[in-house]
Design a protein around this ligand. Structure first.
Ligand code: HEM
Length: 485
């Protein structure tokens, strides 16, 4: 009792400039249980209690600062060296299997340039994925491949759970995952990647399903499936890079540049593959899940959303059902808004940093050596910004308020120097996939074993850093027929 009063009342009163600690009952263990059962709830509770000022949570004796206000996030972005992302990266890379020598090589500043290989690579991501000719080339391959997949005759594979001549029973996550990961892989790598790594898509999706274990750094016996799927893809990447360069002619500029420059670091084949896996995983982790959630919201909508969307996108298709992408991306505001709203509700993006120098943010002194988490998700539910219905799906929200997408309270792609460079292509591929599915197929949601279908429940426990998975055992199954247009 004395300990509790000292820690959570007396000490904060004596040190008003230090971030206050969110109270907990069991010393040392702290908020461990709440973190695992509902981190989102825990952070929202702290946000409310401390009026949006930085606060601190403790798990297993480790204290971490939590930042929930948009203005504090902007202040942190302005001091990237004092509150830094880089010190977090080596630990991430170690979990992908990299050894210390490889990690040091990746971070070593190049003579003259002052930038490390990793800095250069992240710059190259921007050169490839920010609007311009290089993005146009990549996007062309990507979007054509999505179009190819979304034809009745090409709807085939493990996602089809029951097959009829005019009707198929399809698992939506497997369907959209296969389409998007295949298209993104072919846009970045040569098609020979799939000869070296034939099960890359299903293994990557297994890794993503098990991905909640990744931040926990569990030993192998507790996360066997996750490690095995990661190692399968890493081995495939190693074999791919061993192919002669003339067998990899279809590679994007980014992968060619990455492969050449990484060779200068003298990493062995597996260490090179593990480095590329960390990037391959980041690139593929989110867009397919956004399509899954957008379709879930659309198909479970009790109003006229499906009908309104079909009507809106119809003029984007000509008589031979070819899609006019320019029209789709410029003249379908409801589609864009509904996809954005699904992203807002399901993304658990965070900005993880380490405080490297005592720094004052929002009047609170953040101490050197502490971990810090900017919990963007808690900002996505602010009624002041998103309205009184911020907790629910409102497909017209972003259409009715065009500035919302640029609000500092909306950060699905992070921000500042690590702002997701894939955001331009991601928004397009998601909207296009949803539009093609709604246009080319008639969909009917089906329940398990004849029971009425239920909206899949999202896993809202630990932040994944990206779009959340449905809880284990939750899925979206649809009967798919060619559309009667
Ligand atoms: C809906 C889809 C996507 C979402 C929600 C998403 C979200 C994010 C988030 C939250 C981050 C971390 C930002 C931070 O730490 O502040 C990130 C980083 C990144 N994303 Fe995306 N992303 C998506 C799609 C893509 C795609 C399609 C690509 C590439 C084709 C991509 C490439 C990257 C890269 C390379 C980084 C690391 C950037 C850096 O550390 O500098 N992302 N993404």
């Amino acid at each position: 009792m004395l300990w509790y009063a000292w820690r959570f009342s007396i000490s904060p009163a004596l040190h008003p400039n230090e971030p206050a600690e969110l109270p907990y009952l069991i010393p040392f263990v702290g908020h461990l249980f709440s973190m695992f059962t509902g981190a989102s709830r825990l952070f929202s509770q702290g946000k409310k209690r401390f009026h949006n000022q930085p606060f601190s949570v403790t798990t297993m004796g480790q204290s971490m600062y939590i930042v929930t206000s948009p203005s504090a996030v902007v202040s942190i972005y302005k001091v990237p060296k004092a509150i830094d992302f880089d010190p977090i990266m080596p630990d991430f890379l170690r979990r992908y299997g990299l050894d210390q020598a490889a990690i040091s090589a990746i971070f070593r500043p190049h003579e003259g340039a002052g930038k490390s290989w990793l800095d250069g690579m992240l710059d190259n991501f921007k050169l490839q994925l920010h609007p311009g000719t290089r993005l146009d080339l990549l996007q062309d391959v990507l979007l054509k491949r999505i179009d190819h997949h979304l034809r009745w005759e090409n709807l085939d594979g493990p996602m089809v759970k029951a097959n009829g001549q005019h009707e198929k029973n399809v698992d939506v996550m497997e369907w959209v995952g296969t389409i998007i990961i295949d298209a993104q892989t072919r846009a970045l790598f040569d098609a020979s990647f799939f000869e070296a790594c034939p099960d890359a898509i299903s293994q990557l999706m297994t890794f993503e399903e098990e991905g909640w274990k990744w931040p926990l750094d569990l030993p192998r016996f507790a996360a066997r499936k996750m490690y095995e799927s990661m190692e399968y893809v890493e081995k495939g990447l190693a074999e791919y890079f061993m192919l002669r360069k003339d067998k990899r002619n279809g590679e994007s500029w980014l992968i060619q540049t990455m492969s050449n420059s990484i060779d200068d670091l003298n990493l062995n084949a597996m260490q090179k593959a593990m480095t590329v896996f960390s990037i391959y995983r980041t690139v593929n982790a989110n867009a397919y899940k956004q399509v899954f959630w957008a379709l879930s919201y659309i198909l479970f909508d009790e109003h006229t959303l499906l009908h309104d969307l079909k009507t809106e996108i119809a003029p984007a298709f000509d008589t031979s059902d070819t899609l006019n992408l320019e029209y789709l991306f410029s003249s379908c505001p409801l589609l864009a808004s509904a996809c954005e709203e699904a992203l807002r509700l399901t993304i658990w993006s965070v900005g993880a940093r380490i405080v490297t120098k005592d720094t004052v943010i929002d009047g609170k002194t953040l101490r050197k050596g502490r971990n810090l988490l900017m919990t963007y998700r808690t900002m996505h539910f602010s009624p002041d910004v998103f309205g009184a219905d911020a907790d629910t799906f409102n497909p017209t929200r972003f259409m009715n308020n065009k500035d919302l997408v640029k609000s500092p309270s909306y950060r699905p792609f992070g921000g500042a120097s690590h702002y997701c460079p894939g955001r331009f292509v991601a928004r397009k591929e998601v909207q296009m996939t949803v539009a093609l599915i709604l246009r080319r197929f008639d969909l009917e949601v089906v329940g398990e074993g004849g029971k009425p279908p239920k909206f899949p429940k999202m896993d809202d426990t630990l932040p994944s850093g990206g779009i959340q998975n449905p809880l284990s055992g939750q899925f979206l199954r649809v009967k798919v027929r060619p559309a009667r247009t």
